[in-house]
Design a protein. Structure first.
Length: 253
């Protein structure tokens, strides 16, 4: 169903474990709350537990870098789509992945899986890969705060195509965006699927797209090859367009 606008969108995330017995504790962003927003004891703010619940709370006290708050009321976050989309993104060049994470989070993507494909120019392994993923997770957190999300999208470690493909059975619908696909469009598939899928994977190639044999491997494993239209989209555009189209088609945008 369409989402209603929310006035007090959460700006800060807390852990579910920090909510108990009508109270909650804020351990992150305390400096920002006190010294940038200039919140004081007695003031109210809205936080999210990262699992889809928003809490309007009142600051009771500060103990070092922890704020203790009384919960005034709790409501389900209204910004989370019912359809959960995971983007399997062929590793792109430069800072495109950061842009993808930011915009995908704003759109409503639930998870991102970076995939090393045959045409990926960027190679990430070991500590370099770990550092990149850590940075990507922080970008997802920041984008989730900015856009009022009720959950922080998961950012997974870099996967090979074969290991990522093993996850296909865990989704209701798997779609491979392929520029050579002329017979089956994303729109056609989205409108033909019944009932509405609750989990969707979108597979996007890097610059140069997915190789024909990679698309074949994915379709043989159960994915559907779809086209996005007559124009060739950049890797950082294709996934965003497909995610927005999917959420819109299923009334979750």
């Amino acid at each position: 169903m369409p989402f209603a606008a929310t006035v007090n969108m959460p700006k800060f995330f807390i852990s579910v474990e920090d909510v108990r017995d009508g109270f909650l504790e804020i351990r992150e962003d305390v400096h920002h709350i006190l010294h940038v927003l200039r919140k004081e004891v007695g003031d109210t703010l809205t936080v999210c537990d990262g699992q889809g619940m928003d809490y309007k709370c009142q600051i009771l006290s500060q103990d070092g870098e922890v704020l203790r708050c009384r919960i005034l009321h709790a409501t389900p976050n209204q910004a989370e789509p019912e359809v959960q989309i995971t983007i399997f993104q062929g590793l792109p060049k430069a800072e495109k992945m950061e842009w993808l994470l930011q915009k995908g989070t704003e759109i409503g993507v639930s998870a991102f899986v970076p995939v090393a494909t045959s045409r990926s120019i960027v190679k990430l392994e070991g500590r370099k890969a770990d550092n990149k993923v850590a940075r990507w997770k922080q970008i997802a957190v920041s984008a989730a705060k900015q856009s009022g999300r009720g959950r922080i999208p998961a950012v997974h470690s870099v996967q090979s195509l074969s290991s990522a493909a093993a996850l296909l059975p865990s989704f209701d619908l798997n779609l491979v965006l392929y520029e050579e696909e002329k017979n089956c469009s994303l729109k056609q598939i989205l409108r033909a699927v019944s009932p509405v899928p609750r989990t969707v994977s979108l597979w996007v190639g890097p610059e140069g797209g997915l190789a024909a044999e990679e698309v074949q491997a994915l379709t043989q494993a159960g994915a559907i090859s779809v086209g996005l239209g007559p124009r060739i989209l950049r890797t950082e555009t294709a996934g965003m367009v497909a995610a927005a189209m999917t959420l819109y088609e299923y009334d979750s945008m």
